[in-house]
Design a protein around this ligand. Sequence first.
Ligand SMILES: Nc1ncnc2c1ncn2[C@@H]1O[C@H](COP(=O)(O)OP(=O)(O)O)[C@@H](O)[C@H]1O
Ligand SMILES: [Mg+2]
Length: 448
Amino acid sequence: MLTQQTLRLTAKLDEIPTWENCLDITCLGRDLDQLFEQEILLPGVILTQNHQYQGMISRESFFKRMSRSYGQDIFSKRPLAVLHGFIKTETLVLSNQTPIIEAIQTALQRPPHLLYEPIVVKFEAEIHKVLDFYQLLLGYTQIPDLVLRRLQKMEQEARATEANFLQLQTNYAQHIQTEKMAALGQLVAGFAHEINNPVNFIYGNLAHAENYIHELLDLVTCYQDEYPTPSETMQAKLETIDLDFLKRDLPKLLGSLKVGTERICDIVKSLRNFSRLDEAEFKAVDIHEGIDSTLLILQHRLKAMPSRPEIEVVQEYGDLPSVKCYAGQLNQVFMNILVNAIDAIEEFNEKRSLQAIAANPNRITIRTSVIHDVWIQIVITDNGSGMPEVVQKRIFDPFFTTKPIGKGTGMGMSISYQIITEKHGGKLECFSTIGKGTEFIIRIPKEQ
Ligand SMILES: Nc1ncnc2c1ncn2[C@@H]1O[C@H](COP(=O)(O)OP(=O)(O)O)[C@@H](O)[C@H]1O
Ligand SMILES: [Mg+2]
């Protein structure tokens, strides 16, 4: 049965069953009547003359003619050639090599009253057969099914390819970022290490220097008391060095040297903390220390500039236990989010006057807390430009950036997302309103 057959997309007419019944045009109308009576499914017969194809009479047109007044009388006893002459409908003749899809299209272009007429299929050696339109339709219905399945398969393949591509992109981005971070981490750690010794050397000796200087100054005062009238040379020297000023200024100078070196020590500590090369593995750390280090490294971008006042950083730290994590990577996440926040604030400032900025000052808020005793939550909020929904939807896509070439890489957020979700089993969410600002919520499990 045709219905059980599967047809290829390119299946041709010779794959569909046809009727071979033919009658010579000299046969009478009643012969045809008899034939139709015997073969109740026969859609039509081929008319021949000396075995040459002459045409086709369909069951429908035959009975239509016969049922008219005097039809029986006129045609039963006359040769089929007469009847054929009367019917005069155009028969669609197609080669057996015609693809089914093409045949159905041609057949459907026939005028509506001829739509269900059988089709004549021409085989080799001038053999003609009758094809029921219904059979053609049936054959055709098996093809869309096939096409559909093929399309589905193609779609699946396309989706798989797309997924692979995305995966590849992500892996690539991750790879680059990891390499970059590793290199940067090494550099920072190396630099911090190298600077650590000399700075400690200065810092450690500063206290002694201060003592010695005080003692020397005391000595000078003592000399002045003992010898109130200095010699001429001595007097000239005292005037050139302006001893009184020197005495007043030296303690201040020492104070700022101390502050400066303390600051360098802090930065070195932060750099080491940030790179955490020594803590590349999973380790319990103080999250707040990581945030503070990151902020210190970003100080140069937060401080006041001619175009704007300082970006205020509000730290509302909750009571966090130490958390087991990849500290260096978490710091990288803080860094990525904070840099984006600063960028967004600066972008927003570009559109605002200094007065407008003063009225709604630049601010980044960092809040930490424990949620349901399960999650460690870090919320970083900025009051920068915010972003439209189209950007929000793609923010975690690798390589997605709205920043000019050279400034944005589009990797910060996608990497951060991976670090939080895959590496720490956490969640990273982003909420943003244009003109108001953006909030990032980081959650990582308290117990890893
Ligand atoms: N805090 C934010 N405010 C506004 N837009 C942001 C913020 N953070 C991220 N974005 C948007 O997300 C994009 C992707 O960020 P990111 O992955 O860090 O790449 P990049 O910073 O290199 O562009 C940014 O280009 C920016 O459009
Ligand atoms: Mg970024």
